[in-house]
Design a protein around this ligand. Sequence first.
Ligand SMILES: Cc1ncc(COP(=O)(O)O)c(C=O)c1O
Length: 335
Amino acid sequence: MIHGGAPAGWLELSASLNPLGTPAEVVSAIAAASYGRYADLDAADAEEHLAREAGVPASCVLLTAGATEAIRLVAEAFARSRRAVVVGPTYSEYARVGAGVGASVREARAVAPSFDPPVGEAIAAAREDAAIVFVCDPNNPTGRALDAAAIQALAFAPGRRSLLVLDASFAAFAEPTYEAREVIDGGRVVLVRSLTKRLATPGVRVGYVVASPEVVGPLRAARDPWTVGAHAVAAARAARWMLSAEERATVARWRDRLARGLAARGLVPVESDANFVLAHTVHASALVAELGRRRVALRDCSSFGLPDHVRVAVRPPQEQDVLFAAMSEIGAAVA
Ligand SMILES: Cc1ncc(COP(=O)(O)O)c(C=O)c1O
C-alpha cells in the first residue's frame, strides 16, 4: 500500500498510530454510537467540544472524514489552477490533491542527514502569493518539528491570497510549541488535525480543521453531505486532542529506546519529535523485505524519494523487542 499499512497479524511498524492505544472513553463512545438516523450525523456537539479544547469558537472548527478530507477540501476551495508549495520530503497527498485541482506544485525540500525544515523557503513562498504552502509538523517521514519561532514566522508570512496549511496530524505526540487560537488568529493558517493517529483509529475516519470562520465557511460549503459517519462523530465527541504530559513522556521514552536500538544495529536515526523514527540504512529495501518475511512491517521510504531510509513506528518496548530480535536474526543478510 502506498501509504503503508500491514496485513492483520503482522507487527505493524509501517503506520504510526498512538502507541498508547485508543483511549477507553473513545472505545466506549464508538461502541455506544447510534447510527439509525440522519440526526446521528450531526457534528455540532463534536465541533463545539473540539473547539472548546482548542480555545476557539465553534465556527472555527470543521469535523472531517480524517485529515484526508480536510486536505482535499482546502486544495479544492483555495488552490484551483494556482500555485502550491509543499515542504518536503513529506506526505504525498498534498502534491496529489494539489495536482488534482490543477495547481502547479513545487517542493521546497529539506536535505539529509538532519532534514532541517527549509523555513525560509516556505516563508518566501507564502509571501510570494503561493495559494497554499503545505507544512507537515512534525513532518512525515522525517519526524522533525518546527520550533516556536519558526511557527510564528510561518503563521504570519502568508499574504492576503495565500494560506499556510499546517498538518498537525502527529503533533499530539510532540511537546506543544503553539496554541491553535494564536496561529489561526491572522486568518491565514489552516490547522489540520487527524484524530486517526491520536486515537489510533484508522478505521473510523475522523479529523478536523481549526481555522478562521472565513476559511471554514468555504470548506463547509465545498464538502459532500454526510462524509463523517456516526461512529466518527461519536469518537470526536469523546476525544481529547492533547495527550497528558505523562503520556507524552512515555511516548518520548519509547521513541528514544527505539532510536537507540536502531543505532545499535547499524542504522542512523534522525532526531524525531513524532511517534515514529526515520533511520538511514543503505540496506533499506532488503531490510524491509527480510522483516516482511517475518511479518514485521517497516515503511520503505522510496516513495518519499528516500530509498536509503526506513520509517519505524514507536511502539511499546515488548513490541520493539520483537523487531530487534528479527533484526538480529537477519543481521547477516542486511549488514
Ligand atoms: C501527515 C499526514 N497527514 C494526514 C494523514 C491522513 O490522516 P487520516 O487517516 O486522518 O486521513 C496521514 C496518514 O498517514 C499523514 O501521514
